[in-house]
Design a protein around this ligand. Structure first.
Ligand SMILES: CC(C)(COP(=O)(O)OP(=O)(O)OC[C@H]1O[C@@H](n2cnc3c(N)ncnc32)[C@H](O)[C@@H]1O)[C@@H](O)C(=O)NCCC(=O)NCCS
Ligand SMILES: Nc1ncnc2c1ncn2[C@@H]1O[C@H](COP(=O)(O)OP(=O)(O)OP(=O)(O)O)[C@@H](O)[C@H]1O
Length: 203
């Protein structure tokens, strides 16, 4: 199925844009959700993480302590790279099966892959088009820190692990400007939806 990659840095508004695409009956596969599935209790990746990082990243019930691991990997880039080499191939496989599983259950003729690291990883090979949700970095920091328990410093570290704004926008086929209201964003998504329906039915 024709698939559009929806990307943007932390706090840019990917989830907000995805919600509007879903409103039009589009199947949205979420890479952050896939990343949670591959480290669920019972999965080999969780065992490998516990062995590598120790009991400090595990909760008493045997699930991953995400806040502890987040602090570790965004303070130490080499540990982040270790985690990525383990999980990114698994996340990619999980995304491929989610895209395939729900292909026939949605009304729109195209699907969306929502991912913060679409351009940074080989996930970009899974899409025919790239749509970037774009906001200035100061607003990104402001919205992400208003939403999350993460410190401003941690959000800065996460942003540093992602593509800079200009490089991301340079890879975009389409750009959603989310520096205004949600209504402004939704109106742009509505227009893109029409365009994607056309593109998907032409190909
Ligand atoms: C470090 C972890 C455990 C922190 O979990 P937590 O629940 O706090 O955050 P969550 O997974 O919801 O991610 C929040 C945001 O952080 C950013 N982010 C997450 N991982 C990365 C990464 N490796 N590089 C850059 N940014 C990242 C994204 O913008 C994401 O939307 C988790 O992010 C993780 O396992 N990351 C590695 C897998 C990955 O790269 N996921 C990104 C989607 S492919
Ligand atoms: N146009 C907007 N106006 C005001 N607040 C907004 C707007 N768009 C999104 N937000 C808020 O900004 C925060 C980040 O938005 P959202 O969760 O959609 O971003 P995201 O790109 O999915 O982030 P992440 O990569 O961290 O999952 C949320 O609290 C959301 O409610």
């Amino acid at each position: 199925m024709f698939t559009v990659g929806l990307t943007g840095g932390i706090g840019s508004g990917k989830s907000a844009a995805a919600a509007r695409f879903r409103h039009h009956g589009v199947n949205v596969v979420d890479a952050d959700l896939a990343a949670r599935v591959v480290v669920q209790p019972g999965r080999p990746a969780l065992v490998a993480i516990a062995e590598h990082f120790g009991a400090g990243v595990m909760q008493a019930d045997g699930s991953l302590d995400r806040a502890a691991l987040r602090k570790l990997v965004f303070d130490h880039p080499e540990e982040r790279r270790w985690l990525e080499q383990l999980t990114h191939p698994l996340i990619r496989e999980e995304i491929i099966s989610s895209l395939a599983a729900s292909a026939s259950t949605h009304t729109a003729p195209y699907a969306i892959l929502e991912s913060p690291l679409l351009i940074e990883t080989s996930q970009s090979e899974l899409v025919q088009r790239v749509c970037v949700v774009d906001i200035p970095e100061a607003l990104q920091l402001q919205r992400a820190s208003a939403r999350d328990a993460n410190s401003v410093e941690q959000i800065r570290n996460i942003m540093a692990a992602q593509l800079p704004r200009a490089e991301r926008c340079a890879k975009a086929d389409d750009i959603l400007d989310n520096s205004g209201s949600l209504e402004f964003l939704n109106a742009q998504v509505d227009a893109l939806h029409q365009k994607y329906v056309q593109l998907a039915t032409q190909t």
